[in-house]
Design a protein around this ligand. Structure first.
Ligand code: SF4
Length: 339
């Protein structure tokens, strides 16, 4: 099957490998507008693009509505002039991650868990990303670079769970990822693995046989926390990939969303998202209050409104379909659950 533009021009094939999709991703606001048949905005979006490059993979773009400037998927990836505005209370390191760095690429925010920055790039650049200004250049890139990070985790016996985050951990190919997972599983006191990933959502071709095998073979019970904000992201191609992931023994699949103004801040949209996730066997786990990173203020929803939304969801959905509304507060020993 082909992915086509509104003008029926060939753009990509769903048969491409995930690597081909990464290579072919759209890397400018102008190109994104052209592909979706939207008017060009000369220069206006450069303020955002200068800070954080555009990166939109074609399987994700194919789920956008052509000609719709307000499309909820487009708004997540299209740079805007607002990103260039400086707003009080927003910073480059909203979660004070620089203060919890234990070794290059190792963050320890909470007891018993260590987060490993397993990649410097993502399979999509979300405009609201709390790590959009993260100093990835100081993190590991090669197997040798990972050694001090792994040694740090090996010497701290209080750590029982390793979280692969990023950037996007699955941007490592299966061979490299298998090596990393094996190295982690060799550390006797590590009992669990967690993978934070948006890859199966934006490029479902990433769910390869190799990935399924390495997840099946590890001794570590694994939780994959996906990142989806709107039901429109969950096309049938994503459903097929999630069905494959669900066959992996002992793999728990959860979803986290970010509450985003104009994208998912309505009861209808959040309800549809929960039901679509559950249709694919994914538990809607967290709804995050936006991390206040510079360039994202226009996405922020007031907490009072978030609380009201959760209350309305509780009144209409069973408990398992209502995500926990959470906020990250630097210095706290866990996420703060707001509702
Ligand atoms: S996938 Fe996650 S880490 Fe990557 S840009 Fe989006 S929010 Fe940031």
């Amino acid at each position: 099957m082909n992915i086509v533009t509104p003008n029926s021009q060939f753009v990509a094939s769903t048969r491409w490998t995930w690597q081909q999709h990464v290579k072919a991703a759209i890397r400018s606001a102008a190109e994104l507008r052209r592909v979706l048949g939207l008017p060009l905005r000369v220069g206006e979006e450069l303020a955002g693009e200068r800070q954080f490059e555009t990166f939109a993979p074609l399987p994700f773009v194919a789920r956008m509505e052509p000609g719709n400037e307000a499309d909820p998927l487009l708004r997540q990836v299209l740079p805007t002039a607002a990103e260039g505005e400086s707003v009080a209370g927003f910073s480059n390191d909203p979660n004070a991650e620089s203060e919890v760095s234990r070794a290059p690429g190792v963050l320890q925010k909470y007891p018993g868990r260590a987060l490993l920055i397993a990649a410097k790039t993502c399979a999509v650049n979300c405009r609201y990303c709390f790590r959009r200004a993260y100093p990835y250049e100081s993190g590991p890139t090669s197997r040798e670079d990972w050694r001090p990070s792994l040694d740090q985790i090996a010497t701290d016996h209080s750590i029982e769970e390793v979280i692969l985050s990023g950037g996007e951990p699955l941007i490592n190919d299966d061979t490299r990822l298998e090596w990393l997972v094996q190295e982690i599983s060799r550390i006797p006191h590590i009992r669990r693995l967690r993978i934070h990933s948006r890859f199966p959502i934006v490029i479902p071709q990433r769910v390869t046989e190799g990935l399924l095998e390495l997840l099946s073979d590890t001794r570590l019970p694994t939780t994959m926390v996906l990142h989806t904000n709107h039901a429109q992201e969950l096309g049938d191609d994503v459903g097929d990939a999630l069905t494959k992931l669900r066959q992996v023994p002992r793999l728990v699949l959860l979803n986290q969303s970010v509450l985003l103004r104009g994208i998912n801040d309505s009861v209808r949209v959040l309800t549809e998202l929960s039901w679509r996730l559950l249709e694919f066997g994914i538990v809607p786990y967290y709804l995050h209050q936006l991390d206040r990173v510079t360039g994202s203020h226009h996405f922020e929803v007031e907490q009072a409104r978030g609380l009201a939304l959760i209350e309305q969801l509780r009144n209409s959905l069973p408990g398992y379909a209502v995500p926990r509304y959470a906020v990250e507060v630097p210095g706290c020993s866990s996420k703060q659950i707001l509702a």
